[in-house]
Design a binder for this molecule. Structure first.
Ligand code: DX5
Ligand code: ZN
Length: 221
């Protein structure tokens, strides 16, 4: 059985109790913490910056992955690396000199991630896959938590899986957006191995532990 990793997204957490919420997710078996960084330009929402990553770094031993939904990521990768992120994921749609951006992340000693919006084809990856530790296939348009899963991304997840298996098997395949117990089996069947989940973990009416358990039960491959 392939192990499926769960990366709770703090976007749906109670920010007034962030440290506590992350600790709860960790105690319930989270494999890493997903930190959604939004700038109000690349996406129509504003969230957090390096200062929060720095605070989280002191609050948890779990790996922190920063999902940078920002314009001009080159200007900020160093700040997020210094703040203690373990992995930095940039968007192919937001990076003009993508190769340079990916090299900068590698040069900072961080895990290199590349995200694709739902409308961006898998073929975009072909020339950069050797540089990557993680591909993030967005299963909603980025910007907000709690959106509906876009089912037409499933064939793309399959294509990305094939590409990774063929050319860079060590690269992780992560999905993000609308992942909950009903959609998790679909993305896993298509080839995803890391699930980002915000509302399914932090908005479960029975609490974070219950949310994590429900997701974990369906997340097998
Ligand atoms: C969306 C973010 C996601 C978001 C997922 O722009 O990148 O990480 O938090 O939230 P859910 O799991 O609620 O769709
Ligand atoms: Zn995200």
């Amino acid at each position: 059985m392939t192990r499926i990793a769960i990366a709770p997204s703090i976007l749906s957490a109670d920010f007034a109790r962030l440290g506590e919420q992350v600790a709860e997710a960790g105690a319930a078996g989270a494999d890493r913490i997903h930190v959604d960084v939004m700038d109000g330009h690349f996406v129509p929402n504003i969230t957090i910056g390096p200062v929060v990553v720095r605070a989280l770094r002191r609050a948890t031993h779990l790996p922190l992955e920063a999902h940078l939904m920002i314009a001009e990521p080159d200007r900020y990768v160093e700040a997020f690396a210094d703040a203690g992120a373990d992995g930095l994921t940039v968007h192919v749609e937001g990076a003009i000199h993508l190769h340079r951006t990916l090299e900068a992340i590698r040069g900072l000693g961080k895990r290199v991630g590349l995200a694709l919006n739902p409308a961006t084809p898998a073929t975009t990856l072909e020339d950069v896959l050797p540089e990557l530790d993680l591909v993030l296939v967005m299963t909603v348009d980025p910007g907000f938590g709690g959106q509906d899963f876009i089912a037409s991304t499933l064939p793309k997840i399959r294509r990305v899986r094939e590409l990774i298996d063929r050319t860079r098997p060590a690269c992780e395949l992560e999905v993000d957006g609308g992942i909950h117990p009903a959609t998790a089996p679909l993305v896993i069947e298509a080839g995803a191995r890391v699930l980002v989940a915000g509302s399914a973990v932090f908005q479960d009416p029975d609490g974070v532990r219950a949310g994590m358990e429900r997701l974990r039960m369906t997340a097998t491959a």
